[in-house]
Ligand binder design. Structure first.
Ligand code: ADP
Ligand code: MG
Length: 252
């Protein structure tokens, strides 16, 4: 299994008004291709900080971090930008679609940035909108789409550049629970079918069940990094080594 994300002892502080905020305290995480990891924990527990560090949007202070083969501590700003353009993509709570563009044009944006030719772009956009079940809405602008449909477009867009890693920060936070469950099912399907790794932050416990692994944060520290309960129950005594990626590094 190829490893997409490898974090060891990742730490990040923010200067606060009075005290330093320890946003991440020595976080370990390992995510392989085709794995879906749910990051949960209360508001302020460090989920967004963790996702932003992994996606190269923000820098950690200490530890070791490798994403898609790039050492995030050694990388230049330019290399981080390149990582975001080519290997890692984001889905946000507020969808983040460009309002003046149609669904199809929104999905096309990353393909334009990659310099892909027009015919190839059109075919890829069609394929992606089909994947998320929105082909009939291709010409609609975001304001003409429901929240769930907008998030489907955002997911299609996030896959346009064929990323290795999909990062979603509370992607169902603005959706009703049924639509949220459909969006999570779609992310799960994409991860399985395209062998993309995904890290999804959420505080909706009901959607954690579809994840391969979960990571619970509290005040920036990992408090629970086991497999989902449903897996543990159905595999009593199962080996922790079998592809779970949750073992702590061996002391060297
Ligand atoms: P979550 O996504 O789980 O709600 P965050 O990662 O956004 O948590 O925040 C973790 C902690 O870091 C919180 O205490 C938050 O106030 C603080 N924090 C986040 N971003 C900044 C920032 N840019 N400057 C200062 N403090 C921040
Ligand atoms: Mg957050």
């Amino acid at each position: 299994m190829s490893t997409i994300v490898e974090l060891r002892g990742v730490t990040k502080d923010y200067p606060g008004a009075r005290d330093v905020v320890h946003a991440l305290r020595s976080v370990d995480l390992s995510v392989g291709a085709g794995k879906l990891v749910a990051v949960h924990g209360r508001s302020g527990s460090g989920k967004t900080t963790l996702l932003n560090v992994i996606g190269g949007l923000d820098r950690a202070d200490a530890g070791e971090a490798e994403v898609c083969g790039l050492d995030l501590f050694a990388a230049s700003d330019r290399e981080l930008a390149e990582l975001r353009r080519t290997r890692v993509s984001f889905v946000f709570q507020a969808f983040g679609l460009l309002p003046v563009l149609s669904a199809a044009e929104n999905v096309e944006v990353p393909l334009r940035l990659q310099g892909i030719a027009r015919d190839a772009r059109a075919a890829r956009v069609r394929e992606l909108l089909d994947l998320v079940g929105l082909a009939p809405r291709a010409a609609h602008r975001p304001s003409e789409l429901s929240g769930g449909e907008q998030q489907r477009v955002a997911i299609a867009r996030s896959l346009a550049a064929s990323p290795s890693l999909l990062i979603a920060d509370e992607p169902t936070g603005q959706l009703d629970s049924r639509t949220g469950a459909e969006i999570m099912a779609l992310i799960h399907q994409v991860v399985a079918e395209r062998s993309v790794a995904a890290i999804v932050a959420t505080h909706d416990l009901s959607i954690i069940d579809v994840a391969d692994h979960q990571l619970e944060l509290s005040d920036g520290a990992v408090v629970n990094g086991q497999r989902p309960r449903s897996y543990a129950e159905s595999h009593p005594g199962g080996s922790e080594a079998d592809g779970a990626g949750w073992s702590r590094p061996e002391p060297s």
